[in-house]
Every structure is written in structure tokens, then in C-alpha cells.
Design a protein around this ligand. Structure first.
Ligand SMILES: Cc1cc2nc3c(=O)[nH]c(=O)nc-3n(C[C@H](O)[C@H](O)[C@H](O)COP(=O)(O)OP(=O)(O)OC[C@H]3O[C@@H](n4cnc5c(N)ncnc54)[C@H](O)[C@@H]3O)c2cc1C
Length: 664
């Protein structure tokens, strides 16, 4: 959520680990698929049992062994498309999926001059960030299915998504607000952003010992100051996964020379944030607050990568920082990126589900659509689908080399977050007094002693129509309520959508979401025009994410599988965006820097940069740096051009190089 999570240290390590993992195919070995009969998910995991007693401090992840169920797939829901569109063709780059990662990758690749096709399974673009509408009594009501909290979209900022909009020269109108409403066991309070002082005032008011809490807060910020400061030394958009990064990040040299301690904190950057927090912070209110700030990335402070908090610590307290509501709905994010894609000659095809990534002689050469048609990719295929959905597209009909099979198996077993429960409510706002709240976005916690990953403990609600009147008829409001990503999937899997049992279970699990809104609008149930409960099965179908997962969940502290050679030295918590299949890359929120729209967009930009020569990347950074004084830091300047000839021949890396004659 929120903002980008990044530091110079992260960047350098990512790049080094990425550069070191450029791989070619291992000799082919036959692929022995395990029998489906060996599958007994409940016997091999504690996905459900762990959620039954969720003590605070317990870190919950969910896991499945997808090698045992390579075809695991749910039918698509009506309203999301049958996935049967799409034509044959030939492109430089095919991107599977139009989430923030896929669209950013597609649009920037198109700007670099690649002939790009984005293939989206759903009838709408945006992935998790799409909007759906329902007609009711002749009026249109629009709801978000996913993200609602966006910082740094209102003006040129360090949010990579905003930087990409500016790079594409595309505007997205927003309304703004300056806080998050919190409904906790102690009552209602507000987390204000955009002012250091107002946050300290909150600590003085709410903490047991105000002055001590303020001192601890400032000590934590000071401890992470150098790492946080590096976010303005080099940006995520400067990154690429090949030796070209030496040129594109060269502008950070003055910062590194003046802040050599940044290197001493390399491990800390990737480590679990709680290790630093626990050394400095003792105030319970502050500890709770820090956990809630982390939870949008999936984990509380225990399990969250320290880098997640750096942006928040640095930027949220700067004068003028605010949240945005995209006018017209969150779908505006995707629409803006699509305009950028098409402006540079790229195309998007909706309702085009990819069944298979075609691999020939060790190289991804295209995709087979659900309708059977083949689309060729001369340079690369990029999957924006989750790792769990990506591996379903590989090896359905081919035999895979052992190296690829290992990669597939490891990705398929990665721990992940659980699913999400949704409640969409349209209400009549006649005589509704909302003067006791200031913001559209709210967080609700039932019990501080229970895990924040517990879907029956923490949830959020969002009333965008407070600021954006275009989302529903006058005098009404639309509300999206959603649980944390800790809803176990297994009980849902056993139920048939539409059955009495399923409907009853939906009602039961959604009670907590109703109660959350009741804290703010006590008579919400009497005001209902209509409501829809979205189960994990619906989440899975609408967001096209295996078992409705909130995302990959590698708890910080040790290197993730397939994260590159340096992972034995540095705990880099993401599998690489490069894969053992030449010409196949990944982007999205399971890649560095993780969950959230800014991060997913950044991963798409890193992917596009990696597929192009360093010279083009430097040109793009120079151009971007002229768009606004705040983007000056993007330009690596003279030093970048000095390094360019040294690394140019190695960019893009060999497996991504395409002969001119092959270029589509
Ligand atoms: C309920 C909820 C609340 C959130 N709140 C916030 C928030 O407040 N702020 C924030 O910044 N982030 C938030 N997030 C996280 C954020 O939305 C995601 O991390 C981000 O949008 C994910 O982008 P992505 O690029 O990884 O891809 P996704 O959004 O997952 O998109 C992947 C796309 O690939 C497509 N696809 C998959 N398989 C295929 C196939 N075989 N063929 C073709 N297409 C395919 C899918 O249909 C999808 O469109 C929230 C997420 C959820 C679910």
C-alpha cells in the first residue's frame, strides 16, 4: 500500500543478485509429475488450524504444494469474462496481465520502442486495482475491489506509480485527504499525515507516556534516517537487473560517499523490522501503530522487511503529504497506464486468458491463448500473474528441463498470504451525519491481543463517495469493506457457490465486516440499498489470483528461494524477476519491492528497463529528470555516461538480446 518501499541498499543488492542469476537452460530431463492422488492439503498444512487461535506476534502464512496440482484452476465467474478473446500476432514483448506491474512494464517498454501486447484475462484492466459497477433503481454504483489508500499520487513525488504517469506524460485527476481513521478497542482516532508535529500531538494524546513515545518515535526515525534518505539518492526507476545498473545508479555516488554507513545497514534493510523496533520502542500505542502501518504489506513489524517502513518514515510526515482518491474510481490507475501504453504504440487485449507460455529450445517464444491462438514474442514474455498463476502456464504440454522444474516447484510452494473477504455496500445517505470522521479510508481492529493477519480481527473500510460524487447517485454512498489477507481458503473450497451452505457461511464470515462499518455508521444496515459479499472464491475469480491470495508471503529475515546467488549472504526476500527460462520474466507484487500499487508498478518498470539497452534507459532517466525539479535526482548525469561504455555491451543481458531482423 501507501508508498514505495525502497532504499539505495535494497537497490544495489537487488541488482547484484539479479545480475548474478542470469541463467541459461540446464540439459533437459524428463519431468515426472506427482500423482494428484498424493494431494491432501489439509493433512500437509496448518492453513486453517493456525487461524483458530491467533495470538498477537504469531506470523501466519499459508502454503500449498502446487506441483501436486499443476492444473488447479477455478472456473471464471460471470461478469469477469470467459477469457476467449485475442488474435494471433507477433510482438517484441508480450505481457501477461494488466495489473499495475504488467501495465507499467508494457507502457515503459512501448516508450522504449518495443512492439508490446498486454493480454488480460479479465474484461477489465488494472488487476487488483479495478472497479466494478452495479445498476440499482436506475442509478450506477461503482466499487473498488482492491486498493484504496494511495499516497503521493497528487503531485510529482517519490511514488513510482506517479513517476511512471509523469514519464508517460499522462495525468490522473484525484481528490485528496490527509488521514486514516482508526477504530480500535480504545475508540476512534485519526492517523494524520503531512505534518511531523500533528503526529507527535497524537502520540502525546494517546500514548501512556506521551513524551517518551515521541522520543522513541524520533529515535526510530533517526536510526533509519540514512537508509530512508537514500530514497532520494536513487529511485526504483533507475534499477535494472544487469550490469547496466552501474551506470543508471551512478548518480547515487555522492550520497554513498557522504553516507558510508548505508553499507553497514545492508542486512538491516532486508531484515524483519521488529528487530530494530524492539530495540527502540516500548510504548504500546506506538508499537500497535507501527504494526498497522506494516500490515498493508502483509505482515506486522515481525515479518515486514525494514525497507517497507522507510518511505513512510521519511515521506508521510513531510509538509503537504496526503492520500488520493482517483476520480472515477481506482480503475483510473489502469486507464492512465493504458493511455500511456497506447500512446507509444502498445496494445491491450482484454478477456484474453493465456493458457500456456510456449517454450522452444529453452526460450519463451510466445503464448497460447485459451481460444487456441498463438501469439509470438521475439524478445520476451513477461508474466504479471502471481508466481502461483505463472507456473500453471508452464509445462502443461512441454517437458521441462530440470532447472526449470525446480524453479517451478519452488515457486509453487512459496508461502503466501491467505485470501480476503469483501463486503460492498450501497447506502442511502439521507440525514447521515459523517461529521465525526474526516477521511474516506479507515482501519478497524477488534483486539490488539490477536494477530493483525487474522481476517476476523483486522479490516478496512473505504467510502470514496465522500470525496468523489461520481461513484454513485446523489444522496447515496458506496462502501468497500475488506478483511486482512488471512482468510483461509479451504473451508470455501469445499462449498458450491450459490448453495445454501455457501450463502450461510458468507453471511457468517462477513458479520465482522458489517460490525466494522457499524462503528462509524451505527444504522448502516437500515440504510442499505443493496449489498454484496465477496468470498475468497469471488476474490480469486475477479482478481485472477490463485486461491484468492493477497500475495506472496516471505517473512523478512532470510533469502527467498530463487532470489539469486547473493541470497546466501544477504537475506533478499523476493524470487528474482528473471527466470531460468530465457526470455521469460516476471513482474508484480511478488517481485521486489513487494505488495502495493507503487511497488508493483516499480517492478514493472525494473522489468522494462532490464529488457532494454542501458543507453535508452539513461536517455529516459534524463528526460524524466527534466519533467519536474523534484525528479532531478533521477538523472545519473555525467557519471552515468562515463560508466555507459563499460557496461553497454552487457545490456540487455544475452538471453534478452534480439537481432534487428527479428524485431517485430
Ligand atoms: C483488498 C485489497 C486492498 C489493497 N489495498 C491496497 C492499498 O490500499 N494500497 C495499495 O497501494 N495497494 C493495496 N493493495 C495491493 C495492491 O492492490 C496490489 O499489490 C497490486 O495492485 C498488485 O499488482 P500486480 O501488478 O502484482 O498484479 P495484479 O493486480 O494481481 O494483476 C495481475 C493481472 O494478471 C491477470 N492474469 C492472471 N493470470 C492471467 C492469465 N493466465 N492470462 C491473462 N491474464 C492473467 C489478472 O487478471 C490480473 O489482471 C490491496 C490489494 C487488495 C486485494
Amino acid at each position: 500500500m501507501l508508498g514505495s518501499k525502497y532504499s539505495l541498499a535494497c537497490a544495489l543488492i537487488t541488482l547484484m543478485s539479479g545480475a548474478s542469476s542470469v541463467s541459461a537452460f540446464a540439459p533437459a530431463k524428463s519431468f515426472v509429475r506427482q500423482s494428484l492422488s498424493t494431494l491432501n492439503a489439509e493433512a500437509i498444512n496448518d492453513n486453517v488450524s493456525q487461524t483458530e487461535d491467533t495470538k498477537r506476534g504469531k506470523v501466519m502464512t499459508f502454503s500449498y504444494d502446487m506441483s501436486m496440482e499443476p492444473k488447479y484452476e477455478k472456473p471464471t465467474y460471470p461478469g469477469t469474462g470467459n477469457g476467449l478473446s485475442g488474435d494471433e500476432g507477433e510482438y517484441d514483448v508480450i505481457v501477461i496481465g494488466s495489473g499495475m506491474g504488467g501495465l507499467s512494464c508494457g507502457a515503459i517498454s512501448a516508450k522504449y520502442g518495443d512492439k508490446v501486447l498486454v493480454l488480460e484475462s479479465h474484461i477489465k484492466c488494472g488487476g487488483s486495482a479495478h472497479t466494478f459497477s452495479r445498476m440499482h433503481n436506475g442509478g450506477k454504483y461503482s466499487f473498488e475491489v482492491g486498493p484504496s489508500i494511495f499516497e503521493g499520487l497528487d503531485r510529482p513525488s517519490l511514488n513510482p506509480l506517479r513517476m511512471i504517469f509523469d514519464l508517460l506524460d499522462e495525468q490522473m485527476p484525484v481528490e485528496t485527504y490527509t488521514g486514516l481513521g482508526y477504530w480500535t478497542p480504545e475508540g476512534y482516532w485519526r492517523f494524520p499525515i503531512g505534518s511531523k508535529q500533528t503526529f507527535e500531538d497524537l502520540l502525546m494524546e494517546r500514548a501512556d507516556d506521551g513524551p517518551k513515545a515521541v522520543a522513541e518515535w524520533n529515535a526510530l526515525r533517526n536510526r533509519l534516517k540514512t537508509l530512508g534518505g537514500s530514497t532520494t539518492a536513487v529511485s526504483l526507476l533507475n534499477l535494472r537487473q544487469d550490469p547496466g545498473f552501474l551506470a543508471t545508479t551512478a548518480g547515487s555516488l555522492p550520497f554513498v560517499l557522504t553516507h558510508p554507513d548505508v553499507f553497514l545497514d545492508l542486512n538491516l534493510t532486508f531484515d524483519s523490522l521488529h528487530k530494530t523496533v524492539d530495540q527502540i520502542v516500548t510504548d504500546p500505542f506506538l508499537l500497535n501503530f507501527i504494526d498497522t502501518m506494516c500490515i498493508f504489506c502483509g505482515f506486522p513489524a515481525k515479518g515486514a522487511m525494514t525497507a517497507h517502513m522507510l518511505y513512510i518514515l521519511e515521506r508521510f510526515f513531510e509538509e503537504g503529504a496526503c492520500y488520493s482518491v482517483p476520480v472515477g474510481g481506482t480503475c483510473a490507475l489502469g486507464d492512465t497506464l493504458v493511455r500511456g501504453l497506447e500512446k507509444f504504440g502498445g496494445k491491450i487485449q482484454l478477456n484474453a486468458h493465456v493458457d500456456e507460455i510456449i517454450v522452444e529450445d529453452g526460450r519463451a517464444t510466445g503464448v497460447r491463448l485459451k481460444n487456441g491462438k498463438i501469439v509470438k514474442a521475439n524478445k520476451a514474455v513477461v508474466s504479471n500473474a502471481t508466481p502461483f498463476d505463472t507456473i500453471k502456464m508452464l509445462g502443461t504440454e512441454q517437458e521441462l528441463p530440470s532447472e526449470v522444474q525446480t524453479w517451478k516447484d519452488e515457486l509453487g510452494k512459496l508461502p503466501r498470504h491467505g485470501a480476503i473477504m469483501h463486503l460492498f455496500i450501497a447506502i442511502d445517505a439521507k440525514d447521515l451525519d459523517l461529521s465525526h470522521i474526516e477521511d474516506p479510508a479507515h482501519l478497524v481492529i477488534q483486539d490488539w491481543d490477536r494477530s493483525m493477519q487474522d481476517s476476523q480481527n483486522l479490516c478496512s473500510f473505504f467510502i470514496p463517495s465522500i470525496l468523489d460524487k461520481s461513484l454513485c447517485p446523489e444522496g447515496k454512498h458506496v462502501i468497500h469493506v475488506y478483511s486482512s489477507g488471512g482468510e483461509p481458503y479451504e473451508p470455501w473450497e469445499k462449498l458450491k457457490p450459490g448453495s445454501e451452505e455457501y450463502e450461510a457461511y458468507k453471511e457468517d464470515r462477513a458479520q465482522i465486516l458489517w460490525q466494522a462499518v457499524e462503528r462509524c455508521i451505527p444504522d448502516v444496515r437500515e440504510r442499505v440499498e443493496f449489498s454484496i459479499i465477496g468470498s475468497p472464491l469471488a476474490h480469486e475469480a475477479f482478481l485472477r489470483r490463485d486461491r484468492g491470495t493477497y500475495g506472496m508471503a516471505w517473512a523478512a529475515g532470510k533469502g527467498a528461494p530463487q532470489s539469486g546467488l547473493l541470497s546466501s549472504v544477504i537475506p533478499f526476500p523476493f524470487p528474482n524477476l528473471k527466470t531460468p527460462v530465457d526470455g521469460l520474466l516476471r513482474c508484480g507484487d511478488s517481485c521486489f519491492p513487494g505488495i502495493g500499487t507503487p511497488s508493483a508498478a516499480a517492478s514493472g518498470a525494473i522489468c522494462a528497463n532490464t529488457m532494454n539497452p542501458v543507453g535508452k534507459h539513461l536517455d529516459m532517466l534524463e528526460e524524466a529528470s527534466k519533467r519536474d525539479p523534484m525528479y532531478k535526482f533521477l538523472n545519473p548525469g555525467f557519471l552515468g555516461r562515463v560508466y555507459q561504455p563499460l557496461v553497454e555491451g552487457m545490456t540487455p543481458s544475452t538471453e534478452l538480446k534480439v537481432e534487428e531482423s527479428q524485431q517485430a
